[in-house]
Design a binder for this molecule. Structure first.
Ligand code: CAA
Length: 391
């Protein structure tokens, strides 16, 4: 008998600071409705000088461990496209910061915004082999584009940590999964750059084409039809992209929903992403947390779709079933407090943070003490990153 395997616990973390997109619109002399209506974003999370993918990931992972302990955890899969080292996995810093046992393997996975979904599927495979084991899947990213570029309004930062195990409390992961890969240069970040390069319009076309391809593969393998899904969580570089994607899958399925119908269908999956911004690998799991945290009706037994896209490009579509009693395992108050407690920046302060760079010569460098989150990036010395607990 194949055990039921899936997501037992899901915790989010984001930055200390945020920028309202009205401030960005004012600065550039753009109608704010382009952002709030056109791309569907209100606020974006901005990292302080003493925050990075490790500090967000450590916070989200520590919440999972506080609640569930470490028993059975043998693997930590760290998904990111904002890597801080070409060799060492960011997950090893997290492993130390949250106090995981040494009998845990740690590895980092990369394929743009897609790799957390690969990590989740690999976790399911490991647990199918030995259902007594649990896997931590941690996705953490900061979306950064050049000041004044078209991507600037689609920045953001967040981490999502998931405990994957047999008999999960939140969502079982179903078979089949539909996948699609195509070599395309829609979005990329060469090793020598801290900001991404993007073909904006081309990336929207590449996303739709890949999600459509993954959906058709899912269907060809006997996957459920669109009307069988109570909700679908799409990768959200900006929330409007999810609406475009859902409309695309609806049309491929022979339907023709109005924009209002699409917006109503997706609304609960977009609430967190609208005020966090793009979080790359974490984005589709932020959407899942948003759905479970906000949906008013009881989703027990409902099928939820996950549509993951990573530029370059790989896409995957799969379904999951919401488990009885899931509501007792949510983190609504924790997520809301974390998002609401961010300190709002003005445009000048945001620009200063955006322009802050780390020295590259290995000299001692202490970061300003700014974050109120539980972990901070303390600085550099001897070409090594240093982290510490703040609480
Ligand atoms: N009121 C209401 N709506 C307005 C408006 C106004 N005053 N002004 C413009 N709009 C609408 C436009 O009509 C448009 O809507 P549609 O797409 O539905 O036609 C929308 O606002 C955006 O306007 P533009 O297309 O003119 O915006 P832009 O070209 O300046 O930038 C973007 C949009 C290309 C998405 C840009 O933000 C970008 O490059 N972002 C980064 C790349 C990205 O996120 N790509 C997504 C797919 S790739 C992916 O998913 C991987 C990933 O995470 C990066």
């Amino acid at each position: 008998v194949v055990p039921r395997i899936g997501i037992h616990d899901l915790a989010l973390a984001t930055s200390h600071y945020a920028l309202p997109l009205t401030a960005l619109a004012d600065h550039h002399g753009i109608d704010p409705a382009k952002f709030t209506v056109g791309i569907g974003q209100d606020v974006m999370s901005v990292l302080g000088p003493d925050e990075d993918i490790v500090t967000m990931a450590a916070e989200a992972t520590s919440r999972i461990i506080e609640r569930n302990g470490t028993d059975g955890i043998r693997t930590l899969l760290f998904a990111t496209e904002s890597g801080i080292d070409q060799s060492k996995s960011a997950g090893v810093y997290v492993h130390q910061l949250v106090g995981l046992p040494q009998q845990v393997r740690v590895v980092e996975l990369k394929q743009a915004c897609y790799s957390a979904t690969a990590a989740l599927q690999f976790a399911v495979g490991l647990i199918a082999r030995d259902p007594s084991q649990k896997v931590l899947v941690v996705a953490s990213d900061v979306a950064r584009y050049d000041l004044g570029s078209s991507g600037e309004s689609t920045q953001g930062a967040a981490a999502a940590a998931m405990l994957v195990q047999a008999d999960p409390a939140l969502l079982t992961v179903e078979n089949p999964a539909g996948v699609f890969t195509e070599d395309v240069m829609d979005f990329w970040r060469p090793n020598y750059r801290s900001t991404a390069l993007v073909d904006g319009k081309g990336s929207i076309r590449a996303y739709l084409n890949a999600i459509g391809g993954a959906w058709e593969d899912y269907r060809a393998q006997g996957g459920a039809s669109l009307e069988d899904f109570a909700a679908i969580c799409y990768h959200q570089p900006f929330t409007k992209m999810a609406s475009k994607a859902h409309r695309h899958l609806a049309v491929l399925s022979g339907a023709n929903p109005t924009p209002d119908e699409v917006a109503a269908y997706l609304a609960d999956t977009m609430r967190y992403n609208r005020v966090i911004g793009n979080s790359y690998t974490a984005s589709v799991y932020v959407a899942l947390a948003s759905l479970l945290d906000h949906h008013e009706g009881d989703l027990t037994g409902a099928r939820v779709g996950l549509a993951s896209y990573g530029s370059g490009s790989v896409a995957e579509f799969f379904g999951g079933v919401v488990q009885p009693g899931y509501r007792e395992h949510l983190r609504v108050a924790e997520h809301t407090a974390m998002i609401d407690s961010r300190v709002m920046l003005d445009h000048t302060a945001y620009e200063v943070l955006h322009k802050t760079t780390l020295p590259e010569d290995g000299r001692e460098y202490l970061t300003a003490r700014e974050t109120a989150r539980p972990y901070r990036f303390a600085g550099l010395g001897d070409h090594q990153r240093r982290y510490e607990r703040t609480l």
